[in-house]
Design a protein around this ligand. Structure first.
Ligand SMILES: [Ca+2]
Ligand SMILES: [Ca+2]
Length: 194
């Protein structure tokens, strides 16, 4: 008797007086020549919060990162990181934790930003950002804040301006301050009668 060979991933099915080759489950093509794997992940979606992985002859649905198997088989549910992780926002400098599908985020105090990889609110280095201080000012980062200081030879508030000493704007600011002082003194000297 002649031995019948079907293609890879095909099986021989006996029929009355003959036979035929059939692709195995999960494969398609010409069963006498070649049966190829069906990529089920291209044909269908797994459920909510699931990831599809194609395998030879089959496929697997598994929970995405941030989801865990639910009570019903084949279903995945979001992990509430705010409730399940210890100190999800770090130990200080945060206002609140917000759960989100597959992830979560934390609202931080002013001057801090949430780093999800390290799971904490970290200081923002404002000095690394553009236009934090005025031109000519020196920026100094601090935990939760920063300061802008005019260096020697410059005057100003550091945040908005730092001008060379003796420049017109500085002289104008000095003159304005002097005027304010004079006005205040004059007002204080006037004998107010109520
Ligand atoms: Ca979540
Ligand atoms: Ca800072």
């Amino acid at each position: 008797m002649n031995k019948v060979t079907c293609a890879n991933n095909a099986k021989c099915a006996n029929t009355r007086g003959s036979f035929r080759c059939e692709c195995e489950k999960g494969f398609h093509g010409n069963p006498s020549k070649a049966c190829e794997d069906v990529d089920e992940c291209k044909l269908m979606d797994c459920g909510y919060g699931q990831n599809c992985t194609n395998t030879p002859g089959s496929f697997v649905c598994s929970c995405l990162k941030g989801f865990h198997p639910g009570h019903k088989p084949g279903l995945c549910t979001d992990i509430d990181e705010c409730k399940t992780i210890k100190s999800p926002c770090g130990s200080y400098n945060y206002l609140s934790c917000e759960n989100k599908p597959g992830t979560y985020s934390c609202r931080c105090n002013m001057g801090y930003t949430f780093n999800i990889n390290r799971r904490k609110c970290e200081d923002i280095d404002e000095c690394n950002e553009k236009f934090t201080c005025a031109e000519n000012a020196e920026c100094s980062n601090a935990d939760g804040s920063y300061s802008c200081i005019c260096p020697n030879g410059y005057s100003g508030d550091g945040d908005n301006f730092c001008d060379v000493n003796g420049s017109p704007s500085i002289e104008a600011a000095k003159a304005w301050n002097l005027l304010l002082v004079i006005l205040t003194s004059v007002l204080l000297l006037i004998p107010w009668k109520m």
